[in-house]
Structure formats: structure tokens, C-alpha cells
Design a protein around this ligand. Structure first.
Ligand code: MSP
Length: 652
């Protein structure tokens, strides 16, 4: 057992009271892998937790009138409740506000500094608050965050830098000589082509513009950059940098960091470089899974499309949801979440295939043998084929699990479930029961089905936390040796006088049409409730897709009248308009020459953004912006004043 250890981590979550089914996806997947490894006899350490520092949290707390610590304490307990509800079998939950973590991060920062990998300089660049990430000008996409597409802020401040560039070649060598270190392969290709080969820049690793974070112990005006703080959790949780690092000695290096695709870069470039600098071994694997998307986009509360896992669990039971999450999407790729697909899976895979198999088997043993099955074996071709299928499925399931292809493992398991249902149809117990001479065949057929269900129940364990127990209760399996991993490849372990008892329906069938309406209503109600439960500010700060009324007030909108207009020289798009706003006139350029002639513009009452920073275009300076509606093809239509008020009116 000594070398059979398995250390698996999820990302540590940003504390928010709006964890949605997408967040649960990562944790449920990690949980299934952890349970599988435990089943196989590994000594598993499964770590999860919360990433509690940073400017974003500081802002949210302020907007709610509480301290950052008060805010995180409240939401972290909600996150723990959710993991309880999802039956997440983590061994340790780390909070980056935990004292031992804070101290260890300070030591790590000092060690990087002492060995010359951290130096002081000035940082000037762009910062994405939601992603807690700095970007250089050329990394921005259309002037926005390349990771999340949201607006970035310009910052300049004194800061410490980590010599990431120094590790570029070592990282490329390491990644190329360790196939599977970054998985799936496509993510490795992306990291090398998009980040490592173009060249790494040194990384800004401290901030002075906010205080909610871990102070650099030898320069307390500086706060340790949140990603250095966050990534270190994987070793500080094991006691690295504390008086007792026995867990670190036992479990590090991690066997698997499971992360969403957008944070593979932090885990496969920055984290290994930090570890190299500290002289520590690198994790064995970083697996970047895809996103659960909805209507073609990532879930976000401000878009009003988040799916609350609690609503689903309450309606369909935990196992159905865990199953759906891991079965529906090939692990590693993005997958669309739809209510129809969920109900469809519950009805076909769970109610029809699995639930029905168990209930008809128990029902037949009760009906034909009064609940206690006499032991018989026949050795027909059907029997042999069923037994062979069980053996094949176990092998393929194991291969898929070892490659983290969770959905493939479930597909394999369903091959056995369907084969077992087919075996019932082939052996036709309802025909055998009519002939007293064929009672041994009948008993043998039902024993084989029950035995197959026992094997199925073992393979279900990583994915479902309740159903296996319900099956064991119905088949009267009390001896744990019958449900251990070793028992999965042995045929004929069930009791010779198998006594069964009927239980509740494992997965009730759902009326799709009716349920779709009800589910939609329930999800909407949960969303509305969640929005009502928290100040709007939190959304604004965390998603940047809502603005507050104060934000809106910053934009000065007024009516104006175009009194002259001409084409800008050298531009097919731009018109130079002279706009009267009350007593003032100003020049405003507008990219609408394709849709309005200068003659058509004159006399139009328009809406103007009056407080925009003046901007030079094609040699002319524009003092504001004229508002237009744009259709799907980008055609423009002027916003005008319906009642033709005098120019200079406020628009609100
Ligand atoms: N705090 C950082 C991680 C630091 S790890 C040292 C963070 N937190 S997060 O709360 O934003 O995201 C946590 C995980 O949830 C990420 O792996 C992310 O990919 C995952 N998901 C968030 N939304 C998701 C979906 N819609 N679908 C699948 N996973 C999603 O990033």
C-alpha cells in the first residue's frame, strides 16, 4: 500500500454564493475519480477549497458593508453545504485565509526572493479584476481580457516580479519529455504554441493597490499576487512550510490537478515554474476539462442562465445529476447543458435501463420463488456471453477511468446493463416459469442477472453515492467483500440462497413535456431568489455585466441637433457633423456614411454621449458620440427625439 497513494485536487473556488452546476461539474468529476481510486485500494488525498483573497472580494465586501473576512466566512459555509449536498468526499478543505496557508505563502515568497527569482520593478499594464490577472497590451483581444472578454483596467505601480522567463526552456523540455503532463493533448499543444514558444514574460507577483491579501512579509505594503497565493494551496494544504509537513512528504507530488480549461495556463506554466524555483517536484498531471455551456455560452448569473444544482438534486435526486454531469459530456470537451437532455437521460438510461433491470429482477425472484432463489447454474451460450461481457466491460471501464474518460467508462458500464436486460429477454423467465421441469434454468437465469447487477453496483460506486446502497439492500448484500473492487472480476459470489426484498423505485420515469415547463419555472424562481437575496453590487463586481445606477449616471446623454454634416476626407465611413447642444455647438464624427448622406443628417434630432474623452480619427477630433441602433448585420439607425424637444435636453 505504501506506494499506492493518489493526491487529487480541484481548483479552489472563488467564494461566491452563486456556485452553479458548472462549478459542481469539476468537483463531481474529481469526486468520482477519488472514489474510484479509493475503491482500487489507493490511499487518496482529495483536496478542495476556496480562493479568498483579491481585489474583487474586497470590492464585493465593501459594497455589502461588511469586512472581506465576514463576507468570505458567510459564502464559504454555503459552498461547504453544497459539497455536502453533492456528496463530495473531500479529505481536506483549504481556505486561503487559513493561518497556516498565509504563513506558508509568505515563506514561499521569501524563498523565491532569496534565490533571486523575485525582483522589484514597476508594473504598467492591464489588469482584469474578475480573472485577477495582468496582461500586456499585446495579450489583450480587442482591448479586452483574452480569457473572459471583459474590460480591463490600466494600472501602474511598484511591484515584485517573478522571473518566469528564466524557466521557459526548462518548461518546454519538461512538457515535451513528459507526455500526458498536460492533458488532453490539445491543451498541451495550445500551451506550447500560444504561450511558451512566443516567449514568457516575467510575471508581476505583488500588488499595492488593494490590501485584501497576504502581505509580503519583508515589504508589507505589497500584497502577494492572488495566483501565487492560490496555486500554493496545493502544497500548503499538506503542511508544506509548516512545522509538520508529514502529509506533504506522503502525498506530494500531486497525481492530478483537475482544472477548467481557462486556468490550465496558470497550472501548467506558472505553477511548475514556481515549483522549479523552489526545487520541488512537479505534479504528475494537469487535466483541463471543458465547460458546461448553456445556449452556446458559459453560465453566468448576470446572463440569467445559471442552473442551480440544488434545484436539480431536489427534483431528480443526487445520483441522477451526478450521472448526467459525467455521462453527457466527453470529459475534456465543452458540453451543452439542456433540460431536455437531462430528462431524456434520466428516462432512458436510469429509469428504463438501470432502474427497470433492478426492479424486474427483484420482482421476478419474488414472484417465481417467493423472494428466495435456489442456487442453480446452467452454462448456456447466453450465460457465457453475459459473463464474458461483464469481464470485457470491467477491463474497458478501468482503461477509460485510468485515462480520465469518465463518460466512456459510463458508456461501457451501460453496455453491461443493456446486455443484462437483453439476457432477460433471451432467457424469457416468464416462459420458463410455466414449465416445472425448467425451474433450474429459471433459477440460474435469475441468479446470473442478480450477479451481473452486483458487478454493475460495484462499477456505479464512483459515480453514484446512493444507488449502489439501495441495490445492495434489495439484493440483501451485506458482506463488503462482495462489493469490493476485487469482487468485480469474480462471477458467482452472491449468496446461494439469495433472498431479495423490494425497495423504492430507483429512478421514477418523468413526463418530459410537463416536467420541462415545471423545471424551467423552478430554475427561474431559484435564479430570481438568488438575485433578490444579494445586493446587486455583487453581480456588478463579480461579473461586470450589470452596471449600477451610479455607473449609468457617469454617462452624460443629451439631445442635439445636427446643423451641418460633410464626409470626412479619405474616409468612406465617417461623417463630420456639427451638432448644436443647447447653446453649444461641437464637432462629432460618426461612422454612418453608409446609411445616411450628409444632407439627410442635417436637421436630425439625435442622442449624444456628451462626456466622452475627445478622440482623433482621420485627422479630425470628435467631441462625443451620436447614438444609433445596430441590427444583426450591423446596419445603423439613428436614435432620435420622438417629440422634437429643443436640443440640449438630458436623456435618462
Ligand atoms: N480561484 C480560481 C482557481 C484557483 S486554483 C489554484 C478559479 N475559481 S472559479 O471559482 O472561478 O472556478 C473554479 C473552477 O470552476 C474552474 O476550474 C472553472 O473552470 C470551473 N467552472 C466554472 N464554470 C464552469 C462551467 N460552466 N463549466 C465547467 N467548469 C466551470 O478559477
Amino acid at each position: 500500500m505504501e506506494n499506492k497513494k493518489f493526491y487529487i485536487t480541484t481548483p479552489i473556488y472563488y467564494p461566491s454564493d452563486k456556485l452553479h452546476i458548472g462549478h459542481s461539474y469539476c468537483t463531481v468529476a474529481a469526486d468520482a475519480i477519488a472514489r474510484y481510486k479509493r475503491l482500487q485500494g489507493y490511499d487518496v488525498m482529495f483536496l478542495t477549497g476556496t480562493d479568498e483573497h483579491g481585489q474583487k472580494i474586497e470590492r464585493i465586501a465593501k459594497s455589502q458593508g461588511v469586512t472581506p473576512k465576514q463576507y468570505v466566512d458567510k459564502v464559504v459555509s454555503g459552498i461547504k453545504d453544497l459539497w455536502k449536498e453533492m456528496d463530495i468526499s473531500y479529505d481536506k478543505f483549504i481556505r486561503t485565509t487559513d493561518d497556516y496557508h498565509v504563513k506558508a505563502v509568505q515563506k514561499i515568497f521569501r524563498a523565491l526572493y532569496d534565490n533571486g527569482d523575485i525582483y522589484k520593478s514597476h508594473y504598467e499594464g492591464w489588469y482584469c479584476t474578475p480573472c485577477e490577472t495582468f496582461f500586456t497590451e499585446h495579450q489583450l483581444v480587442d482591448g479586452k481580457c483574452p480569457d473572459c472578454g471583459r474590460p480591463v483596467e490600466k494600472v501602474k505601480e511598484e511591484a515584485y516580479f517573478f522571473r518566469l522567463s528564466k524557466y521557459q526552456d526548462a518548461l518546454i523540455d519538461y512538457i515535451e519529455s513528459h507526455p500526458g503532463f498536460i492533458s488532453p493533448q490539445s491543451r498541451q499543444t495550445e500551451m506550447i504554441a500560444n504561450f511558451l514558444k512566443p516567449g514568457l514574460e516575467d510575471l508581476c507577483v505583488s500588488r499595492t493597490s488593494f490590501t485584501w491579501g497576504i502581505p509580503v512579509e519583508f515589504d508589507p505594503g505589497h500584497i502577494v499576487y492572488v495566483w501565487v497565493d492560490a496555486l500554493s494551496n496545493y502544497i500548503t494544504a499538506l503542511g508544506y512550510g509548516s512545522d509538520d509537513d508529514s502529509l506533504y512528504q506522503k502525498y506530494w507530488p500531486a497525481d492530478l490537478h483537475l482544472v477548467g480549461k481557462e486556468i490550465v495556463r496558470f497550472h501548467s506554466i506558472i505553477w511548475p515554474a514556481i515549483l522549479m524555483s523552489l526545487g520541488l517536484p512537479l505534479p504528475k498531471k494537469i487535466f483541463g476539462h471543458g465547460w458546461l455551456i448553456i445556449d452556446g455560452g458559459k453560465m453566468s448569473k448576470s446572463k440569467g442562465n445559471v442552473v442551480d444544482p440544488k434545484v436539480l438534486v431536489d427534483r431528480y435526486g443526487l445520483d441522477a445529476i451526478r450521472y448526467f454531469l459525467l455521462r453527457e459530456v466527453a470529459f475534456g470537451q465543452d458540453g451543452n447543458f439542456t433540460n431536455e437532455a437531462l430528462i431524456q437521460r434520466i428516462n432512458s438510461d436510469l429509469a428504463n435501463d438501470l432502474g427497470n433491470l433492478v426492479s424486474r429482477t427483484v420482482g421476478m425472484i419474488q414472484k417465481y420463488f417467493g423472494g428466495t432463489l435456489p442456487y442453480e447454474q446452467t452454462g448456456t451460450d447466453f450465460d457465457l456471453d453475459l459473463i464474458r461481457t461483464a469481464g470485457d466491460v470491467v477491463k474497458k471501464y478501468e482503461t477509460a477511468m485510468d485515462q480520465l474518460q469518465l463518460s466512456d467508462a459510463l458508456t461501457e458500464l451501460w453496455v453491461l446493463i443493456r446486455r443484462t436486460n437483453k439476457y432477460i429477454d433471451e432467457t424469457q423467465p416468464w416462459v420458463l416459469c410455466k414449465d416445472p421441469d425448467r425451474q433450474p434454468e429459471l433459477a440460474a437465469a435469475l441468479y446470473n442477472v442478480a450477479e451481473s447487477i452486483r458487478i454493475i453496483s460495484i462499477l456505479l460506486q464512483p459515480f453514484m453515492t446512493q444507488t449502489p446502497k439501495k441495490i445492495w439492500a434489495q439484493l440483501n448484500i451485506k458482506d463488503e467483500r462482495l462489493t469490493a473492487w476485487e469482487a468485480v472480476t469474480q462471477w458467482g459470489l452472491l449468496a446461494r440462497d439469495l433472498t431479495v426484498s423490494k425497495g423504492e423505485t430507483l429512478f421514477p420515469r418523468i413526463d418530459m413535456q410537463k416536467e420541462l415547463v415545471e423545471l424551467e419555472t423552478a430554475l427561474k424562481a431559484a435564479q430570481a431568489q438568488a438575485v433578490a437575496n444579494q445586493p446587486k453590487q455583487e453581480d456588478a463586481a463579480s461579473d461586470e455585466e450589470f452596471i449600477t445606477i451610479d455607473d449609468f449616471d457617469k454617462v452624460k446623454l443629451v439631445t442635439g441637433e445636427v446643423i451641418a454634416s460633410e464626409q470626412v476626407k479619405g474616409s468612406k465611413k465617417l461623417l463630420k457633423n456639427t451638432v448644436k447642444i443647447g447653446d453649444e455647438t461641437r464637432i462629432i464624427l460618426s461612422g454612418i456614411a453608409k446609411y445616411y448622406t450628409p444632407e439627410e443628417m442635417v436637421g436630425k434630432k439625435v442622442v449624444v454621449v456628451a462626456n466622452l474623452v475627445p478622440r482623433k480619427m482621420m485627422g479630425e477630433v470628435s467631441h462625443g458620440m451620436i447614438l444609433c441602433a445596430a441590427d444583426a448585420e450591423g446596419h445603423l439607425s439613428l436614435m432620435t427625439d420622438d417629440k422634437q424637444f429643443p436640443s440640449g435636453c438630458e436623456v435618462r
